[in-house]
Design a protein around this ligand. Structure first.
Ligand code: AMP
Length: 219
């Protein structure tokens, strides 16, 4: 399955496992994992003009304006490492973003990871991130050996600012209002592949690889 190009987008609510599965699949397929959320968080951290403009939007769980987001992705997709494909994790999140992506060359599959709102809240409010290497933990599902310390690098674990309960509810509301309609948008174009995102990451990853291979072979 590694001898062709893969232009993939990952849909699904926050906490569906998009970041985890993206990282696993991108490594296996040798294509870049492009997370607009990671790009925005890096901009906020380094206080670039973009970062100052969007800091407050991220803190309240809203969506960054389409024009800004599309410009950022356009620039990223122009990089030479995307010629064999890419995984876009968290983009598009609105119909205008999906339309812009079509103009940039389109995609091979939109993979939707389905997870209930209850599971999203459980996963996000228990999520801990290593401030040094970015490794992801969960207080109940994947606790570190030593509380608040990263097993991999010894860094300190932190709670992502937007994983606090009030913000999680705002992010879920933005997902249902703006992003969920993309399921029927891609479905109507024959590009939607739906995966159950509720099981553990290894199980979801296995079902993703098998189902994607069939999906692409049939198109
Ligand atoms: P994520 O890490 O994908 O959950 O994204 C974190 C935050 O970045 C989101 O809650 C939004 O505020 C912002 N963001 C990420 N991707 C997009 C996008 N495609 N459009 C608008 N805002 C986005």
């Amino acid at each position: 399955m590694v001898d062709r190009s893969f232009r993939l987008i990952f849909l699904g609510p926050p906490g569906a496992g998009k970041g985890t599965i993206s990282a696993m699949a991108a490594e296996r397929l040798g294509i870049p994992h492009i997370s607009t959320g990671d790009m925005f968080r890096a901009a906020v951290k380094s206080s670039t003009p973009l970062g100052l403009e969007i800091k407050e939007i991220l803190a309240r769980g809203g969506l960054v304006p389409d024009a800004l987001t599309i410009a950022l992705v356009k620039e990223r997709l122009a990089q030479p490492d995307t010629v064999r494909g890419f995984i876009l994790d968290g983009f598009p999140r609105t119909v205008p973003q999906a339309e812009a992506l079509e103009e940039l060359g389109g995609i091979d599959a939109a993979v939707d990871f389905e997870v209930s709102d209850e599971l999203v809240v459980f996963r996000l409010t228990g999520r801990r991130i290593c401030g040094s290497c970015g490794a992801i933990y969960h207080v109940a599902n994947k606790p570190p050996q030593q509380e608040d310390i990263c097993d991999r690098c010894g860094g300190r674990l932190t709670i992502r600012n937007d994983d606090r309960p009030e913000t999680v509810h705002a992010r879920l509301a933005a997902y249902h209002a703006e992003t969920e309609p993309l399921k029927s948008w891609y479905g109507a174009r024959g590009l939607l592949l739906t995966i159950d995102g509720a099981p553990d990451a290894e199980t979801v990853y296995r079902s993703f690889t098998v189902r994607l291979e069939h999906f692409l072979a049939e198109r």
